[in-house]
Design a protein around this ligand. Structure first.
Ligand SMILES: *[C@@H]1O[C@H](CO)[C@@H](O)[C@H](O)[C@H]1NC(C)=O
Ligand SMILES: *[C@@H]1O[C@H](CO)[C@@H](O)[C@H](O)[C@H]1NC(C)=O
Ligand SMILES: *[C@@H]1O[C@H](CO)[C@@H](O)[C@H](O)[C@H]1NC(C)=O
Ligand SMILES: *[C@@H]1O[C@H](CO)[C@@H](O)[C@H](O)[C@H]1NC(C)=O
Ligand SMILES: *[C@@H]1O[C@H](CO)[C@@H](O)[C@H](O)[C@H]1NC(C)=O
Ligand SMILES: *[C@@H]1O[C@H](CO)[C@@H](O)[C@H](O)[C@H]1NC(C)=O
Length: 385
């Protein structure tokens, strides 16, 4: 149930476009969906502009009836009672979002005619899902694709027909590509044919992900934020070179990637927030030297091999309150920091003593994290105005 709550929170975000609830549309013959802009011809079913919550195969059969090709509103296929998607074999479009959550599905067989999703595609917390094969026709997601917390998911290669995520670059969709918490996912194959990617890229906490290969390669793709986090095996960020800064810059977070030695591949002209923390092997941040970091957040902490900070310092030169702490195995400086931040980090003043902090590595890491989190909280407040 905890997992479902996550879903609800995300769905609430995803459903911001919902404005009015219409009555139930019970399989009318060839309707133009009232009040909507569905371009789908054919038969529609489901509740317009609302979630159709489906928890059993019987409910699924009832939703789609015999001839439905277009599901109105959003559809939540949730729980262990969902074991077979073949009743959806005629579905070509979902007007808003489709959320496949906590089911007992092993694959997505049954969605072979689905071509378009009007908002987001969520695939999460499915205990037995090992791949997403079955999506043989999917080309366009108007919002984002979120694949998360599927404990047995090895491959997303079934997404390979997909060419467009948020092709209109609509700011209302906060998700672009979000793939996180899939502990046995080995590769990102499946994303390679995208021609648009939306506003946000999050690849996080996929602990066996070998590389970022098969992110799309035909950019440039301007994005508002990139999060690369808890990927202990990846060795290079080179595939990120297709992502460029959005008009307002890009927030960049690279954290807890234990095998990563350099930031090579980052090619962002304008960075808003920068977070580089807990990367045990990161020694080379030259790639960030080509960026202009505008802040408000610059947080560099606990990268024990990172000794040449000059690219960050150059790029972040004008940022007030930059937090550059405990790197190269020692406390470091803060550039132009507020007195609050300085006070929070004893020994972290510019020109301060280059002493290792006491305690074990993990103690240092935790302590550093706490300090920075506290400081960032305050800075966030200061710079919010
Ligand atoms: C739509 O149908 C469902 C199930 O048949 C029902 O619970 C719900 O109240 C209906 N909504 C409207 C707006 O008629
Ligand atoms: C339908 O499309 C028109 C023109 O593209 C647009 O102005 C209108 O806001 C849309 N209506 C809805 C309900 O999406
Ligand atoms: C489904 O379509 C078939 C063929 O057009 C038609 O004969 C049948 O009546 C339709 N069924 C429903 C429930 O609309
Ligand atoms: C990372 O993913 C694992 C497995 O899905 C999950 O148990 C864990 O809570 C996640 N960690 C974080 C920090 O999100
Ligand atoms: C981006 O910049 C434009 C123009 O400066 C501004 O109007 C807009 O609100 C900004 N958008 C975001 C998401 O910050
Ligand atoms: C940057 O950091 C600020 C302060 O924490 C936060 O409000 C903002 O959402 C962040 N921007 C992005 C794009 O992550």
């Amino acid at each position: 149930m905890r997992l479902l709550q996550t879903s609800v929170a995300l769905c609430a975000l995803a459903a911001t476009a919902v404005t009015a609830q219409q009555g139930n549309t019970t399989q009318p013959a060839n309707p133009p969906p009232a009040g909507g802009n569905s371009t789908a011809p054919g038969v529609s079913c489901g509740v317009q502009n609302d979630w159709n919550r489906i928890e059993t195969q019987a409910q699924l059969a009832q939703l789609v009836g015999t001839n439905c090709t277009n599901i109105l509103g959003s559809v939540l296929l949730a729980g262990p009672g969902i074991t077979d998607l073949t009743p959806l074999a005629k579905i070509e479009s979902v007007q808003l979002s489709i959320d496949i959550a906590s089911t007992n599905l092993r694959t997505l067989t049954g969605l072979g005619n689905l071509k378009t999703v009007g908002e987001n595609l969520f695939i999460h917390d499915n205990a037995q899902l090992s791949n997403v094969f079955g999506l043989n026709s999917l080309t366009t997601i108007q919002g984002g694709v979120l694949v998360y917390q599927n404990p047995q998911l090895v491959s997303i290669a079934g997404l390979a027909t997909m060419t467009n995520i948020n092709p209109d670059k609509s700011p209302k969709f906060a998700f672009g590509i979000s793939v996180y918490g899939n502990p046995v996912l080995a590769a990102l194959d499946g994303l390679q044919n995208l021609k648009t990617v939306g506003n946000v890229v999050i690849i996080s906490n996929n602990t066996r992900l070998n590389s970022l290969d098969n992110l799309p390669s035909t950019g440039p793709f301007p994005v508002q934020s990139i999060t690369i986090e808890r990927l202990p095996v990846i060795k290079t960020l080179a595939p990120l070179s297709v992502f460029t800064s959005a008009a307002n810059g890009t927030a960049l977070k690279v954290t807890t990637c234990d095998s990563l030695t350099s930031l090579d591949g980052i090619s962002l002209a304008s960075v808003t927030n920068l977070t580089l923390t807990h990367n045990a092997a990161l020694a080379d941040v030259k790639a960030i030297g080509n960026s202009k970091i505008a802040g408000p957040i610059v947080q560099v902490d606990d990268n024990t091999k990172l000794c040449d900070l000059s690219p960050v310092q150059t790029a972040a030169g004008g940022v007030s309150g930059a937090q550059i702490l405990n790197t190269c195995g020692k406390p470091q400086q803060q550039t132009g920091g507020s007195s609050t931040a300085g006070g929070a980090n004893s020994g972290g003043f510019p020109g301060g003593p280059n002493m290792p902090l006491p305690g074990s590595g993990s103690f240092r890491s935790e302590a550093g994290f706490t300090l920075v989190t506290a400081a960032v909280g305050l800075l966030g407040t200061v710079f919010a105005f």
